[in-house]
Design a protein around this ligand. Structure first.
Ligand SMILES: Nc1nc2c(ncn2[C@@H]2O[C@H](COP(=O)(O)OP(=O)(O)OP(=O)(O)O)[C@@H](O)[C@H]2O)c(=O)[nH]1
Ligand SMILES: [Mg+2]
Length: 466
C-alpha cells in the first residue's frame, strides 16, 4: 500500500496537502482565518495546500482526534483534489496518526512534525543541526518507530526498509534503540558545550556593552529591524522561521554610544518543547540581554494571539534562566522590555495602533522597512535613555593611568571640558547614572564632585530601571 511507504519520512516538500484542524472550546486560533498559520507553515515546508477542513468539537475523538465522519470527508477530499498528505494543526499520538492513515490511505503529519521539518531544512550551522537532530531523535524517531511497529502488526509487513527522516537519516532509525540513546547523550553533551561557551561569550560581552535582544513571533520582522539598525546581514524573508540562529552586531546609537543587538529565532504557538529545549542556547543571548525589544506584527489579524504566545514563551524562558542561574550561583535579572508595533505602514488607519498603545504603555509604532521611518527616532531616544540612565552634567576625576575608562568616556559621552594634572584628568561631561555604574563595575576609580563615593558592590553595570 502506497501510504505505508510514504509515512517513512515526514517531508512534505512538493506534495499536495489538505489541512485539518479541530476547534475545541479552549482552542486559540484566529477566527477570521483559522488555518492561516498552518497554511503558511505548510507552504514554508514546500507543500502546496489544495484543501482545508475545520471541525468544531467539545473534545477530541480519542482514536482519530477528528470525528470519524470527518475522517471519511478527508479521504474523499484527498481523492478529489489529488492530495497525498494531510497535515493536522495539532500534536497527534502515533496511534491517532496510524488510525487516520489507515482510513484515508494518506500520509498524516502533525503540527510538531511539520515545524521540525522546517527547522531541519533551515538548519545550516553546526549548532542548529545538532539541535534539530536531537529534537528529531526525541520526537520523530519514537513516533516513526511506533508507527512502523503498528503497521507491521496490522498488515504483517516485516523488515520494512527506508524508514528515515531528514537529518538523522534512514540508518539511524533502523538501528537499535540503545544506539539512539547513546547518540542523544553525545548530542546533548555537544550542545551543552556550545551552550557553556556561548554563556561565557555572552557574559564577557555584557560587561563591556549594553546588550539588546530582538524577540517575537516568527515573521514579525525581527531580522528586518536588525538589518535597519545595524550593518545588517540577517536573512529576512516573508516566510516562517527564516532565522534559526542568533546573530549579534553593533548598533551605533550615536554620540559614541553603541549597543550589541541580537536577532533570534522566532516563537510560535505550541512549539514542540523538545525544540525549545534544543534551541535554548540560541536564546541565551536574549535571556541575558539588558533590554528585550519585542517585535510585534500589528498588521497581522492574529497579533493578539501572537503577543500572548510571546509573553508565555518568554515567561518559560525566564523561569528556565532563573533556575540555571540559581544552579550556577549567579545573579540574574529579567531584561527590561520594550514593544515595537511593527509593520505600522500596513495599517489602514490609527485604530489598531491606539488599541495597542493603550494595552501596552510605552509601545512604539514602528516601520522596519523604511530606514529612519516611523518610530526609529522614538526607539533610539528610548534606548539611549535606558542605556545611559539619567544624563546630566557632572564634574568627575579619573586617574590618567586608567586609559580604558578615559577611552570609554571620550567615546561615549559628550565631553564639555578636560583639565589635566600630573596624575589625573578632570572632566566636565554629560554622563548618565548607568554609564557611571558601568565604568565603576569595570574597576574605574571615578570621583564625582558633589557626590559621595558609592558603597561597593551595590553598583552593577546597567542597573535596570523598572
Ligand atoms: N510592510 C512591512 N513589511 C515588513 C516590515 N518589517 C518586516 N517586514 C516584512 O516581513 C517579512 C518578515 O520579516 P523578517 O524580518 O524576516 O521577520 P522575522 O521576524 O525575522 O522572521 P523569522 O526569522 O522567520 O522568525 C519580510 O518580508 C519583511 O520584508 C514593516 O515594517 N513593514
Ligand atoms: Mg528572522
Amino acid at each position: 500500500m502506497a501510504y505505508q511507504k510514504e509515512r517513512s519520512e515526514i517531508r512534505v516538500q512538493r506534495e499536495s496537502a489538505v489541512l485539518a484542524a479541530v476547534h475545541l472550546p479552549e482552542s486559540r486560533f484566529d477566527e477570521r482565518d483559522p488555518l492561516g498559520e498552518l497554511r503558511a507553515l505548510a507552504e514554508t515546508a514546500g507543500a502546496t495546500v489544495v484543501g482545508e477542513l475545520v471541525q468544531r468539537r467539545q473534545r477530541p475523538e480519542s482514536a482519530t482526534y477528528i470525528g470519524s465522519g470527518k475522517v471519511e470527508e478527508l479521504r474523499v477530499m484527498c481523492d478529489q483534489l489529488g492530495a497525498g498528505v494531510i497535515i493536522f494543526d495539532h500534536e497527534l499520538s502515533p496511534k491517532q496518526i496510524a488510525n487516520i492513515e489507515k482510513e484515508t490511505k494518506r500520509k498524516v503529519i502533525d503540527r510538531s512534525e511539520l515545524i521540525l521539518d522546517i527547522f531541519a531544512s533551515r538548519a545550516t550551522t553546526k549548532q542548529a543541526k545538532i539541535a534539530v537532530e536531537l529534537a528529531q531523535l526525541e520526537y520523530t524517531y519514537p513516533r516513526l518507530r511506533a508507527m512502523w511497529d503498528h503497521l507491521e502488526r496490522i498488515v504483517g509487513v516485516g523488515g520494512i526498509k527506508g524508514v528515515g527522516t531528514r537529518g538523522p537519516g534512514e540508518q539511524q532509525i533502523e538501528i537499535d534503540r540503545r544506539i539512539v540513546q547513546r547518540k542523544k547523550v553525545v548530542l546533548k553533551r555537544e550542545l551543552e558545550e556550545i551552550y557553556a561557551r556561548k554563556q561565557r561569550e555572552v557574559s564577557a560581552r555584557n560587561n563591556d556593552y549594553f546588550s539588546i535582544g530582538l524577540v517575537g513571533y516568527t515573521n514579525a520582522g525581527k531580522s528586518t529591524v536588525f538589518n535597519t539598525l545595524t550593518e545588517g546581514g540577517a536573512f529576512s524573508r516573508d516566510m516562517l522561521f527564516a532565522t534559526l540562529m542568533t546573530r549579534t552586531r553593533q548598533w551605533n546609537l550615536g554620540g559614541g554610544q553603541t549597543a550589541m543587538l541580537s536577532d533570534t529565532v522566532g516563537f510560535i504557538r505550541d512549539l514542540p518543547h523538545h525544540l525549545i529545549a534544543s534551541f535554548r542556547a540560541t536564546l541565551e543571548e536574549a535571556m541575558n540581554a539588558h533590554l528585550l525589544l519585542i517585535v510585534l506584527d500589528v498588521s497581522d489579524p492574529a497579533a493578539e494571539l501572537q503577543y500572548e504566545t510571546v509573553q508565555e514563551t518568554l515567561d518559560e524562558l525566564y523561569k528556565d534562566a532563573e533556575r540555571s542561574a540559581k544552579h550556577a550561583g549567579i545573579e540574574w535579572e529579567r531584561p527590561e522590555q520594550l514593544v515595537l508595533l511593527n509593520k505600522a505602514d500596513l495599517l489602514k488607519d490609527n485604530s489598531i495602533l491606539l488599541y495597542w498603545t493603550s494595552l501596552v504603555p510605552g509601545a512604539i509604532p514602528f516601520c522596519a522597512t523604511e530606514p529612519d521611518g516611523t518610530g526609529h527616532k522614538d526607539l533610539l531616544d528610548r534606548v539611549l535613555e535606558i542605556t545611559r540612565g539619567k544624563v546630566r552634567e557632572r564634574t568627575l576625576t579619573l586617574p590618567l593611568s586608567d586609559s580604558k575608562s578615559i577611552d570609554i568616556l571620550e567615546k561615549r559621552c559628550e565631553v564639555l571640558a578636560r583639565d589635566y594634572s600630573n596624575s589625573h584628568v578632570r572632566y566636565r561631561v554629560m554622563i548618565g547614572e548607568h554609564q557611571i555604574a558601568q565604568l565603576r563595575a569595570q574597576g574605574a576609580q571615578i570621583q564625582i564632585e558633589g557626590e559621595p563615593e558609592p558603597v561597593k558592590d551595590r553598583d552593577r553595570p546597567f542597573v535596570q530601571t523598572q
